[in-house]
Design a protein around this ligand. Structure first.
Ligand SMILES: [Zn+2]
Length: 115
């Protein structure tokens, strides 16, 4: 999967991609998601798509991406959406992001396994 610059945000016309196991999700930054759907992110396993609201930036954007990625991980493991606990997903998303931000050496080590 080709790498894009860290500044890339992905759009509907030029998405980023997020691999979760065998799945390759389109990661798109979309306008008015929060306004129209009341959420800053959404994940669709069948469409293999994650949308992030355009107003979401910085750590809030990263936390939202992790939140939606965790939904994708659970969906891929066969855990239906109704059994996915939003509070637990949010706690894990924030925790994983914080560990990675607080330990950049870990990000570098993980990057050495990038395919
Ligand atoms: Zn959620």
């Amino acid at each position: 999967m080709p790498r894009k610059p860290a500044s890339a945000k992905g759009s509907e016309a030029d998405p980023l991609y997020l691999r979760i196991g065998p799945c390759r999700y389109e990661l798109r930054t979309v306008a008015n998601l929060a306004q129209q759907h009341g959420c800053t992110g959404r994940q669709d396993y069948n469409a293999q798509r994650i949308d992030i609201d355009a107003t979401c930036s910085g750590m809030a954007r990263l936390q939202t991406i992790w939140h939606e990625a965790l939904h994708g991980i659970y969906d891929g493991a066969g855990v239906p959406g109704a059994k996915q606990n939003e509070q637990m997903i949010d706690a894990a998303a924030t925790g994983i992001l914080n560990v990675l931000v607080d330990n950049p050496w870990l990000v570098d080590e993980i990057a050495s396994y990038a395919r």
